[in-house]
Write a protein of this length. Structure first.
Length: 281
């Protein structure tokens, strides 16, 4: 391959972090392939200069087609940004197994499938960047978010193993850990509880969880967060570095929460959770 491809493929570009990242990288001159399940939702990115693709991270055919398009036009995917994801909220007992499977299909298996698809091209050209958008929730766990946290813990573990396995091929793996990002993420997380079951021993807990989730994203705590542009800027800086960091934490809330959890014994952490959430009983 005569020239190294630096074409960027981004998932989940219809809003939030994915949309902001696509715009920022376009402004910096990167060739951007912005993708979403519904291409009409990213028509404005096409107007800004992005190549838009239909890509559903739960559909192997659509992932393979998207990667094939980039490889046909640039030779390889130079940068993969695994951003698509959501939070499935609700108590472990109440969330339906089908919803659990969907959470892991979207947040873990989809990114893994894309990594497998792009690595051959990256390895052939001796250069590539894989950015996995995790969360501060990949380093700590709040009640009512067990399945979401588990998916992000899994993505972090996969990234750690992958970083070692592909470094010799010239491929870097970067984990991005945002804290509070002011998007519709919080309300979407509350909406995901609709299928968690109604009635029973978790009623009070579910009501408080919904209240706290919305309050966190829309109340005073949002001042420890940032907008999607902050994550886009962090991603752009990381992929522009010759030797990028293994992890990038974004927002004061992420840095503070991860540090607090690392320094807090489990018994003390559990006590702090009981102070915030009504314990089901």
């Amino acid at each position: 391959m005569s020239e190294v491809s630096k074409a960027v493929l981004i998932t989940g570009c219809s809003s939030g972090i994915g949309h902001a990242t696509a715009l920022r990288l376009l402004e910096r001159g990167w060739p951007v392939y912005a993708s979403a399940r519904r291409p009409e939702s990213i028509a404005d990115l096409a107007g800004a200069g992005a190549r838009t693709l239909q890509l559903d991270v739960t559909n192997e055919g659509s992932m393979a087609a998207a990667v094939a398009t980039v490889e046909r036009e640039h030779g390889a995917v130079g940068v993969l940004i695994n951003n698509a994801g959501y939070s499935q909220s609700g108590p472990i007992e109440q969330v339906a197994l089908e919803a659990v499977r969907r959470q892991f299909e979207t947040n873990v298996l989809g990114p893994v499938a894309l990594i497998k698809l792009v690595l051959g091209g990256m390895r052939a050209q001796g250069w590539g960047k894989i950015v996995n958008v995790s969360s501060m929730g990949g380093r700590l766990t709040f009640p009512g978010g067990g399945y979401y946290h588990a998916s992000k813990y899994a993505l972090e573990a996969i990234s750690d193993a992958l970083r070692f396995e592909v470094r010799g091929f010239g491929v870097d793996v970067i984990v991005v850990e945002p804290g509070l990002i002011v998007t519709e993420f919080g309300r979407a997380a509350v909406a995901s509880m609709d299928g968690a079951g109604e009635g029973g021993p978790y009623d009070e807990f579910n009501a408080k969880l919904a209240e706290l989730t919305v309050g966190t994203y829309e109340g005073p705590m949002r001042h420890l967060g940032a907008g999607p542009d902050a994550v886009a800027k962090a991603i752009e800086r990381a992929i522009s570095r010759r030797r990028p960091p293994a992890r990038v934490r974004v927002t004061p809330s992420a840095r503070l929460a991860i540090l607090t959890r690392r320094l807090t014994p489990d018994r003390v952490w559990d006590a702090s959770m009981r102070a915030q959430f009504p314990q089901p009983r």
